[in-house]
Structures are given as structure tokens and as C-alpha cells.
Write a protein that binds this ligand. Structure first.
Ligand code: GLV
Ligand code: MN
Ligand code: MN
Ligand code: MN
Length: 414
């Protein structure tokens, strides 16, 4: 690689300013962001992104899943693009960096190349994927999932939020139901920069995580049905209380998951009781459950444990328990040549680093079904994410963006 290219660096201050400008859309009083998928705030964030990309001459296309593709032309015809990107949607009490960093790090790479007049042989494509978080609409990563062929467009468009509004309706409402069929053409390579969302890099005092894969995730809706009755006169022994059954099942499952392996994860992220009145034993409780493990057999073990315990508790508590699997994203290993491109970029730039497996799901999981992929992690304070206090150091964000740029240049050619 030429010396002038080797010395090329992104503008860390401009990256930070863009992150803060995007964070003002959906800003929460506690310093975080609530820019859930396909809300008015998401539309504002998308509009700002599109404006920024047009300012540097990118061509914008939007597909029928609302995925936005901003393309910077290459110099050689017939070479597939190198893509990068992530998501602009957030958790209800999300931070300023999860997802947004990967989008705006990609933008900063394109801005830097534009400033310096550097053209790549392959086109570069910056993507905003729709509804990565899965917070408003389940499942997560559905925009990249449709694009990669994991879900049909009809299935995705019919997914509804808690108020019954569907992805299809909301895409049309905010003006991001594009014309393009969501399907991949050939891709030379794909990279996604992201905050780690866990504590490893910070604890080890390392700047970059070279991501070799993503652990597996299984999502369930577990419905407990009992008998509604009065909170006062009904003796405890006469009740069929779905909340008590839920408590017993959760307690047993937590114990077994913790005893099984340090790598296993269990999260009860949402609970809904119906009819939802303090002085009525609920008729029904629905638990939104998330199980994770980096190995397929480990995840399968957790899955079986859930069904076994649900059957046991159902019998003992006199409450029906229906376990419905909502989503399964098996563990993924990224492409060796893309991992090597990230490693080589980190080595050249001289940042401390380690190889690691992602604990969080990412659009790269589905992108990896159809293209060679790797990811770049940077530390976040206290390993905290999906929290309004989420924070990452400007110097780390800058370093990750430099790695992204050099990995992309390596694959795109000059
Ligand atoms: C998405 O943020 C996930 O990892 O669940
Ligand atoms: Mn994310
Ligand atoms: Mn997230
Ligand atoms: Mn995620």
C-alpha cells in the first residue's frame, strides 16, 4: 500500500460531532436516546443521514424494507461493492452509540476519502438496516434478515408493535417504503463497526476487538394462563395464579442457566400481565424471554431446559404454560479473510487488540449469510449498553473508524 494511503486517518472530531448531532434526535432527559424503529424520530435520523450522504455525492436507494443504501462509485466497472453500516434505531432507553456508531463511522470513512480525493476500485456502500434492535418490532435484525433471505418481505411487513401498527404501515407512513427489492447483489466484503456492549476490552485495556463471530440467540414468548379472581377474598390455596408459575419457572431456569456455563445468558426483558390490575389475579402473563450461547449445542441445551422446566411447572402449578419460539439466530463465524483484513489494519495502525466473539446480535449476522463479513469493536464505559448512560471514548471511536477505513480500502483496492 502506498505511503500516503498508509498515513490516511479519519477526522475524529467530525465523527464525534456527527454522533452528537444524531444523538439529539430522540434525546432523553437522562442523556440517552429513544429513536425506536420507524417512529418520527427514526424518520428524522434517516433524513439527516440521507442529507449527509447526498452532500458527499452518494447515490441513495431505499428498498421495500426501508434499508437505505448510500453508494460511492468505484473506478472500475464490474467489481462488487465493499459494504459497511449498522442501524439508527435504538432501544426505548438506549444510548448514543449502539448502531449509530457503525453508520456514522462508515459516513466518516466516505467523508475522509472525499476530502482527500481518494477513489476506490470497488464501489463503497454505506447501509442503514431497518429495525435491528427488535425492541419495537420482533424479531431483531429484520431489515438485514429480509435482505439476506432469512425472512420474507410479507412476514416482515406484517410484524406488529404492541399497539398493532405494522412494519409495512409504518414504513409507508414515514416515507421509507422504497421501491427496490430487498435482495443482495454480489458483495466483495462487508465490515461493521460497533461498540462492544460488554466489559472485556475495557477490562483488558485494549482498543480494538477483532470480531470473529456472534453468539447464538433464541427468543420465546412464554404465556402463562391461570384463573382471574379477587385479590382479597380468594384463599391462596384456591388460586391458579400465572404470576406464581412464572416466578417458579424463572427461578428454576435462572439456576440451571447459571449452573450450566459462564457463557450462557438468560434475560426476561418484558412481562405483560392481563388484564393488568393490582387487585385481580391476572388471567394471563406473557414473558418475553431471550436465551444466548456461543455454541450451537449450548444453545440447544438451554432450549431443551426451558421446555423441560415449563412442563414440570405447568403440572405442579395448575396453570397452562405455552412456550412459543419467536426467533432463532444460530451462532455465526465470520469470514477468515475479512477477519484477517481487520487484523492487518489494526496491526498497521498499531492499536492494542484482541480477537473476540460478539455477545450481542448484529446485522452482520444476516449479512454474513450472503457476503464475507467481519466486525470491529471498540470499548464502552463499564461495558454498559442498552442503557441511557452508554458511553464510548472519542479516541476509541476514532481508532475503530480508522480500522474500518483501512480494512475497507484493503478490500476495495485503490
Ligand atoms: C440486539 O441488540 C441484541 O443483541 O439483542
Ligand atoms: Mn447495535
Ligand atoms: Mn442494541
Ligand atoms: Mn444489537
Amino acid at each position: 500500500m502506498e505511503r500516503s494511503i498508509q498515513a490516511l486517518r479519519i477526522d475524529g472530531a467530525r465523527l464525534w460531532d456527527s454522533l452528537m448531532a444524531m444523538a439529539s434526535i430522540g434525546a432523553t432527559p437522562a442523556g440517552g436516546c429513544n429513536r425506536q424503529a420507524l417512529t418520527d424520530e427514526d424518520k428524522q435520523g434517516r433524513d439527516l443521514f440521507v442529507r449527509w450522504c447526498r452532500e458527499i455525492g452518494c447515490e441513495i436507494r431505499v428498498d421495500r424494507m426501508g434499508n437505505i443504501f448510500a453508494r460511492r462509485a468505484g473506478t472500475e466497472a464490474g467489481i462488487a461493492p465493499v459494504i459497511t453500516g449498522s442501524h439508527l434505531d435504538t432501544q426505548p432507553t438506549g444510548g448514543k452509540f449502539d448502531g449509530v456508531y457503525g453508520v456514522l463511522a462508515g459516513l466518516e470513512v466516505l467523508r475522509t476519502l472525499e476530502d482527500k480525493g481518494i477513489k476506490t476500485r470497488a464501489p463503497l456502500e454505506l447501509v442503514v438496516w431497518t429495525n435491528e434492535e427488535g425492541a419495537r418490532f420482533s424479531p431483531a435484525m429484520i431489515g438485514s434478515g429480509v435482505w439476506a433471505g432469512e425472512f420474507t418481505l410479507e412476514y416482515a411487513h406484517s410484524r406488529a408493535d404492541k399497539s398493532g401498527k405494522t412494519i409495512g404501515e409504518e414504513l409507508a407512513r414515514i416515507g421509507y417504503l422504497g421501491e427496490l427489492a430487498p435482495e443482495p447483489g454480489p458483495v466483495t466484503a462487508a465490515f461493521e463497526a460497533h461498540i462492544e456492549q460488554g466489559p472485556i476490552l475495557e477490562k483488558q485495556n485494549e482498543t480494538i476487538g477483532v470480531v470473529t463471530g456472534v453468539q447464538g440467540i433464541r427468543w420465546y414468548d412464554v404465556t402463562f394462563r391461570g384463573k382471574p379472581c379477587h385479590a382479597g377474598p380468594t384463599p391462596m390455596a384456591d388460586r391458579r395464579d400465572p404470576v406464581q408459575a412464572l416466578a417458579i419457572l424463572c427461578e428454576r431456569l435462572y439456576s440451571e442457566v447459571k449452573a450450566y456455563s459462564d457463557d450462557a445468558r438468560m434475560t426476561c426483558g418484558d412481562l405483560r400481565a392481563e388484564p393488568g390490575s393490582r387487585n385481580t389475579v391476572p388471567e394471563k402473563v406473557v414473558l418475553a424471554l431471550d436465551l444466548r450461547h456461543p455454541k450451537p449445542d449450548g444453545l440447544e441445551h438451554l432450549h431443551r431446559t426451558l421446555y423441560r422446566l415449563a412442563e414440570q411447572v405447568e403440572e405442579a402449578a395448575g396453570v397452562t404454560i405455552d412456550v412459543r419460539e419467536e426467533w432463532h439466530s444460530p451462532p455465526v463465524q465470520f469470514d477468515e479473510s475479512c477477519v484477517a483484513a481487520v487484523s492487518a489494519a489494526v496491526e498497521r495502525l498499531g492499536y492494542s487488540h484482541r480477537k473476540m466473539v460478539s455477545g450481542a446480535g448484529h446485522d452482520s449476522v444476516y449479512v454474513s449469510r450472503v457476503a464475507p463479513v467481519s466486525m470491529i469493536f471498540v470499548p464502552c464505559a463499564g461495558g454498559l449498553s442498552h442503557n441511557e448512560a452508554e458511553f464510548a471514548e472519542p479516541a476509541h471511536l476514532e481508532a475503530g473508524c480508522n480500522v474500518l477505513m483501512h480494512a475497507m480500502l484493503d478490500r476495495a483496492g485503490i
